[in-house]
Design a protein around this ligand. Structure first.
Ligand code: MIC
Ligand code: SF4
Length: 646
């Protein structure tokens, strides 16, 4: 039987397990990336493992999230990451060099290689045919130490692309259409592979926009073939030698298939507050817009920026709109300046932001009260922008630029700008002077690690209890995101290395009393709905509940990265065997998982959850396989790694 592209890469990197969908496979990891908001924890964990030098082909530490430095915290964290990277063989991309996924695509990603990153949008690398997967910091730490990365073997979705995009309809509209069809949980357990004649019409940056936002489908990753277009991109980045051709076998088998005719697509938007709440711009109709933001790892390539500059050229942004633009990398920024496009953006009245995540993670540029914000980003979760009652619409750069000029949601196809003649350059501007190489093995001994007072110790873990008895301290509904569990934003993000402080904000978007209740009872169980923990890869959404005494989460289903993070933190994830049992539990019911340790150790497929308040019992299923069972018994991945290295 033939193989898909992803299956070929998995096969070439398989170090443990069998490629049977759903069963665990251990993969050799070639490259890792971290960003600063998850990086401090990942490096503290790496340090705890006691490995001197990374064992990967390439590991890069990026600073791009926490660049709003309103106190010493971020700057201290940057220095910590810079020094630890230097000591342990990791490349360090300095603040100002750009967003991790954009820079990695430009300078480091390679077709056919495996990459894991402590950021959920790591699948951006699928745009050049990498198997690029988002993971928790602890998994990245283990991979840096040479350990395998474990995932349940995914099933395969094929997205068959035909035709060619019309002018002013773009890659963002393609992925919004996929989200409309598959929804935010439609990709869970799958890798999405793009195929068909339409693939050839899309450049690497366009492909990367599509694989980037595959994260919002809940997919393990997304991938494009590596072809002539990939080769041309790598050549223009002066990296032709990194090219390998990759395509699926003609008889490869997919578990699901959808088709999209690119020529029939029209400009789309994801409406508040979910990336799959998609409608066409014409369906939504005339709507006043207060803010337009262009950038993020989804839409900040040179190609995107040049299109925006052509649309704004010689015009002025509408007086009622605030327009912010953040180019994705220093390479993009520099090239925009050199070709004069930056000047067009400035002249039109755009507020030029540094090349970093910025407003995408709520670091500045929060909209006005009840403001309508059009963003080229990938997430529009409630409150993420920093303004609780704002409405965020996710759109293409073309649609964003159109609204910047008119002040209203506007179909970009009504614009008269010439964007069709825009081509990617044959040569990008190559200057890696903002990437620090690590110290040599010899010099590394003398590198001192610089720690600021914001770095607090890792929360205590303990082996799984014999019996868990605790209250249902919280009950939440479907599609709870990690932004609900552990919000980010300018006020909180600087404390990513300070779990005790972060604990004061845990789940407060759902229940203001949650931290207090946890402290009062000392332990607890969370009850969740479908797709619990979707969104970011932040392991803080598991480490902070761990710190607050959460022992188990029982939900209808879990998002992949979050389930792995819970296990790594030693919190037991369980699903209801009968979804209706969810309705029978009320907040503060006294629950018990009797003899849970023995049941897990014996590999029980399902266990009993007792409701001592109502006297009922429910069957619940531990979301564990062989290895993750041992991790849970040991109280998390750190304990497990220590035990298994004894
Ligand atoms: C995000 O987009 O939510 C983030 C910030 O990039 C996160 C990582 C984090 O929480 O630090 C992600 O997507 O993984
Ligand atoms: Fe940064 Fe936003 Fe991309 Fe996350 S989604 S990596 S915050 S730009």
């Amino acid at each position: 039987m033939g193989l898909t592209i992803a299956q070929k890469i998995i096969k070439a990197h398989l170090v443990d397990g069998e490629m049977i969908p759903g069963s665990d496979v251990g993969l050799k990891i070639d490259q890792t990336l971290t960003q600063d908001a998850t990086g401090t924890m990942a490096y503290l964990e790496f340090e705890a493992m006691g490995v001197d030098r990374v064992k990967t082909e390439r590991s890069v530490a990026y600073i791009d999230h926490n660049t709003l430095q309103t106190g010493f915290e971020n700057a201290d964290d940057h220095r910590f990451i810079q020094s630890i990277a230097k000591k342990h063989g990791i490349y360090y991309s300095r603040p100002g060099n750009g967003i991790c996924h954009q820079v990695h695509l430009e300078r480091f990603g390679k077709p056919g290689k495996t990459l894991i990153g402590s950021d959920s949008h790591t699948p951006t690398g699928g745009g050049i045919g990498m198997l690029a997967i988002g993971a928790g910091g602890m998994d990245v730490a283990v991979a840096m130490g040479g350990g395998a990365y474990y995932i349940p073997m995914p099933k395969m979705i094929r997205v068959n692309l035909t035709g060619k995009l019309s002018p002013f309809v773009s890659a963002k509209d393609v992925i919004l259409e996929v989200l409309r069809i598959l929804t935010v949980k439609g990709g869970v357990g799958y890798i999405v592979e793009y195929a068909g004649e339409g693939v050839k019409t899309l450049s690497v940056p366009e492909r990367a926009t599509i694989t980037n936002m595959g994260a919002e489908l809940g997919a393990t990753t997304s991938i494009f073939p590596s072809d002539e277009i990939t080769k041309a991109f790598l050549k223009a980045q002066n990296r032709e030698e990194d090219f390998t051709e990759l395509s699926s076998d003609p008889d490869a088998v997919y578990d699901k298939e959808i088709s999209i005719d690119l020529s029939k697509l029209e400009p789309l938007a994801a409406m508040p507050h979910m990336p799959d709440n998609v409608k066409s711009i014409t369906e939504i109709g005339k709507m006043k817009v207060d803010q337009v933001l262009i950038g993020s790892c989804t839409n900040s390539s040179l190609y995107d920026m040049l299109k925006v500059a052509a649309i704004l050229d010689g015009k002025t942004v509408d007086p009622s709109v605030s327009v912010g633009i953040a180019p994705g990398s220093k390479q993009v920024f520099n090239m925009l300046a050199d070709c004069g496009a930056l000047s067009k953006l400035i002249a039109a009245g755009a507020r030029i932001l540094e090349c970093a995540c910025g407003p995408c993670i709520g670091m500045g540029q929060s909209p006005n009260s009840k403001g309508i914000s059009l963003r080229t980003f990938n997430r529009n979760f409630e409150g993420r922008s920093g303004t609780a009652d704002a409405g965020v619409y996710l759109v293409s750069p073309e649609t964003a630029a159109a609204a910047a000029l008119t002040g209203y949601l506007t179909d970009p196809r009504t614009l008269d700008a010439d964007i069709e003649s825009i081509r990617l350059p044959d040569k990008f501007l190559i200057n890696d002077n903002m990437v620090d190489a690590p110290a040599s093995v010899e010099e590394a001994k003398d590198v001192e690690i610089l720690r600021g007072p914001n770095i607090k110790p890792f929360p205590k873990t303990e082996p799984l209890w014999d019996t868990i008895d605790a209250k249902a301290v919280l009950k939440v509904g479907d599609n709870i995101t990690t932004d609900h569990i552990m919000p980010a934003g300018a006020k909180i993000l600087p404390y990513r290395s300070n779990i005790p402080y972060l604990a004061n904000f845990c789940f407060t978007r759902c229940d203001e009393q949650f931290p207090e209740n946890c402290k009062k009872y000392g332990k607890g169980i969370i009850i969740g709905g479908e797709n619990y923990g979707q969104g970011s890869s932040r392991e803080h959404a598991a480490l902070v509940p761990l710190y607050l005494g959460i022992k188990a989460v029982v939900s209808k289903s879990f998002a992949r990265i979050h389930a792995a993070n819970l296990i790594n933190a030693g919190i037991l994830p369980l699903t209801f065997k009968n979804a209706e049992d969810y309705d029978k539990i009320t907040q503060f019911d006294d629950l018990e998982l009797p003899n849970i340790r023995a049941s897990i150790a014996n590999g029980a497929e399902s266990v009993v959850l007792k409701n001592k308040t109502t006297g009922e019992t429910y069957d619940v299923v531990p979301m564990l396989s062989g290895r993750s069972r041992d991790i849970i018994l040991a109280g998390g991945l750190l304990g497990y790694t220590k035990e298994s290295s004894k």
